[in-house]
Design a protein around this ligand. Structure first.
Ligand SMILES: Nc1ncnc2c1ncn2[C@@H]1O[C@H](COP(=O)(O)OP(=O)(O)OP(=O)(O)O)[C@@H](O)[C@H]1O
Ligand SMILES: [Mg+2]
Length: 449
């Protein structure tokens, strides 16, 4: 007899469900609730006798919306259709009648032979875990972007988050890799477990092995006690290897084995430990180049980069600059800095600057600018020196073409202005100091339409 046949007995099934302390709810495709267990009622503080007809009836909480939002955020654009098959884990703070609780919801579809699938929702209270703090629990800053490339990265990130696939994030310094890793972890089914970060560039290479794998007492001078390594601490969670390109070659073989088999021996021990970690790594140099230069093992590279995501630099997503400026000004205001606005001249400089330090540099520049603002206005002279001085070093020079500019100069300047303004002709015209009709006429003349 199949063990599942037992579950045909209602008593057995009831006993089983009553014994679980996880909230369970089953809903039809249209959101009509067909089953809810006691744990789910308790979790959402739904009185025992009260019927729950739809997901929206749970303590006045629009759970359906929370789930759909979560699915959409996670990149399942067909969230409400039946094609979403994977499991999605999301966490939300809910204001319940007696308290504010953080509830983890896991949802998936249960296929049925001759009917539309049922939506299964599992819920558990993770408030205490979250209140305990810890990296994984702290609310992370919002990720601001309107750039299409960046959105695509976010979509892919959300799509792979609930799987256990290894992800490699590459992008220049300050592009938001750490921020993205935190999002990835939050969206993963490991969100309630630790996100353990190791900055491979910050740890001296001779200590890296023990940092990763731990050591036993006496393994080397100074090893006074057994110490757990980061792989072990991250068990069932996510291990984030920042600057993974800095792992020295001599350690990469042991590293590969740990990454591949999830097994390793602490330094000085012959006991093999087994873990379950999801590895996410980041690098601000191109690892492929490091592979070619034989500084990084190709097998390790391929293992880590099952999903490789490239974060575009800020200079290639200029439309994000004004958005980020507003965001940082607001953030500074919230942190007690004075209110400030940015003058058009200063904005021009901020848009032209190539931002080698990307979003982090912009963030710091805004702090500098707000401190140096004049009567609440950020002027060119309020900006850090590098940004103020940049146009002088820039070729071709001014955005505003001289009256005598040649056709090819005009052409270059119009294209430049359009790029800067994300194709917005009105803004580009303003930037060039001409009216819209003139711009339009010149574009036609230059064959730029
Ligand atoms: N799109 C964004 N929206 C809001 N803040 C952002 C964004 N991208 C980055 N930041 C902020 O910029 C700073 C730098 O980001 P982060 O540390 O994630 O960059 P990184 O790519 O890991 O840099 P590094 O390679 O130097 O480690 C952080 O304070 C982060 O919160
Ligand atoms: Mg980083």
């Amino acid at each position: 007899m199949s063990p599942y046949a037992l579950l045909d007995s209602e008593e057995v099934l009831r006993g089983l469900l009553a014994g679980l302390d996880v909230g369970i709810l089953l809903a039809e495709h249209n959101g009509a609730v067909c089953f809810i267990n006691d744990a789910m009622r308790q979790l959402f503080e739904v009185p025992a006798g009260r019927p729950v007809a739809t997901l929206a009836d749970i303590g006045g909480i629009n759970l359906k919306l929370a789930i759909i939002r979560g699915l959409i955020d996670a990149g399942f654009s067909d969230a409400v259709s039946r094609r979403q098959t994977g499991t999605l884990t999301l966490e939300r703070w809910f204001d319940l009648p007696s308290s504010r609780r953080c509830i983890e919801l896991r949802t998936s579809l249960i296929e049925r032979p001759r009917a539309l699938p049922l939506r299964l929702v599992l819920a558990r209270d993770v408030t205490d875990l979250r209140r305990l703090g810890g990296e994984a629990g702290r609310a992370f800053p919002a990720l601001i972007t309107r750039d299409a490339q960046m959105r695509e990265v976010l979509r892919q990130l959300a799509q792979v988050a609930p799987t256990d696939a290894y992800v490699l994030l590459q992008g220049e310094s300050g592009t938001g890799k750490n921020l993205l890793v935190r999002q990835l972890h939050q969206l993963s089914r490991r969100a309630a477990r630790p996100l353990v970060e190791v900055n491979c560039a910050a740890i001296p290479s001779e200590l890296l092995e023990s940092e990763f794998f731990g050591h036993v007492r006496g393994a080397f001078t100074g090893a006074h006690a057994d110490r757990q390594g980061r792989f072990a601490v991250a068990d069932r969670g996510t291990l984030f290897l920042d600057e993974v390109g800095e792992v020295p070659l001599h350690l990469q073989a042991k590293f590969l084995k740990a990454v591949q088999e999830q097994r390793f021996e602490p330094v000085g021990s012959n006991k093999t430990l087994t873990v379950d970690v999801r590895i996410v790594s980041a690098s601000n140099r191109n690892l492929k180049d490091a592979v070619e230069a034989r500084q990084f093992r190709a097998d390790l590279y391929y293992r880590l980069s099952v999903i490789a995501l490239h974060i575009p630099p800020l200079r290639s997503r200029k439309a994000d600059i004004p958005l980020l400026i507003d965001h940082f000004l607001q953030d500074l205001l919230n942190r007690g800095y004075p209110r400030a606005t940015v003058s058009p001249e200063a904005l021009r400089l901020l848009l032209d600057y190539p931002w080698p330090g990307n979003v982090r540099e912009l963030q710091n520049a805004m702090e500098h600018a707000v401190i140096c603002a004049v009567d609440g206005v950020v002027l060119p002279e309020s900006l850090p020196q590098d940004i103020r001085d940049f146009p002088a070093r820039m070729v071709p020079t001014p955005a505003r073409p001289a009256a005598t500019a040649t056709a090819s100069q005009w052409r270059g300047q119009i294209l430049f202005a359009l790029r800067q303004c994300n194709g917005n002709k009105a803004a580009a015209a303003k930037m060039l100091g001409i009216d819209r009709v003139t711009l339009w006429r010149r574009m036609r003349k230059l064959g730029l339409q």
